[in-house]
Design a protein around this ligand. Structure first.
Ligand SMILES: [Zn+2]
Length: 120
C-alpha cells in the first residue's frame, strides 16, 4: 500500500499552522466527509486525505489564506518564525525537521508553481 490515505483528525485543531495561528481559529472539520477540511477564512474546502496535517499547513501557506489570516489575526509569517527562534533554542526540540521546514517556507512560495507551469 502506498500509504497515502489520510483523514481529518480533531487533534490538528490544537496545532499551529505555518503562520503561527492555531488551526481551530480558522479550520473546521466537515460533517460526513473526513477527507476534507473547511477553511472559515477562505470559505473553502480543501483535501486532507493525502498527507493529512501537511495539507492543512499547505493551505495555510497559500497567498490568499495568508492575507486573510494576517488581517484577521494580526500576525505574519516572519514574525512568527522570529519569535519562535527567540523563544526557544532550536536544539531543545532535538529535531532537525523544524530547521528544514523553516528553510523551505523561505523559498517554497509561488516560485515553485511558476516553474512548474514553465516546465511543460
Ligand atoms: Zn484558507
Amino acid at each position: 500500500m502506498p500509504g497515502g490515505k489520510n483523514h481529518w483528525s480533531d487533534k490538528w485543531l490544537n496545532l499551529e499552522d505555518d503562520n503561527g495561528v492555531k488551526v481551530f481559529q480558522w479550520c473546521k472539520s466537515v460533517k460526513g466527509n473526513t477527507e476534507v477540511a473547511f477553511c472559515t477564512l477562505c470559505c473553502k474546502q480543501f483535501f486532507v486525505n493525502n498527507s493529512g496535517f501537511i495539507q492543512v499547513k499547505q493551505h495555510s501557506k497559500s497567498a490568499k489564506h495568508r492575507q486573510i489570516s494576517d488581517t484577521r489575526f494580526g500576525k505574519n509569517t516572519t514574525q512568527a518564525l522570529l519569535s519562535k527562534k527567540d523563544g526557544k533554542p532550536v536544539e531543545a526540540t532535538g529535531k532537525s525537521s523544524e530547521e528544514t521546514s523553516s528553510n523551505k517556507t523561505a523559498t517554497a512560495t509561488s516560485s515553485k508553481t511558476e516553474q512548474r507551469q514553465m516546465h511543460v
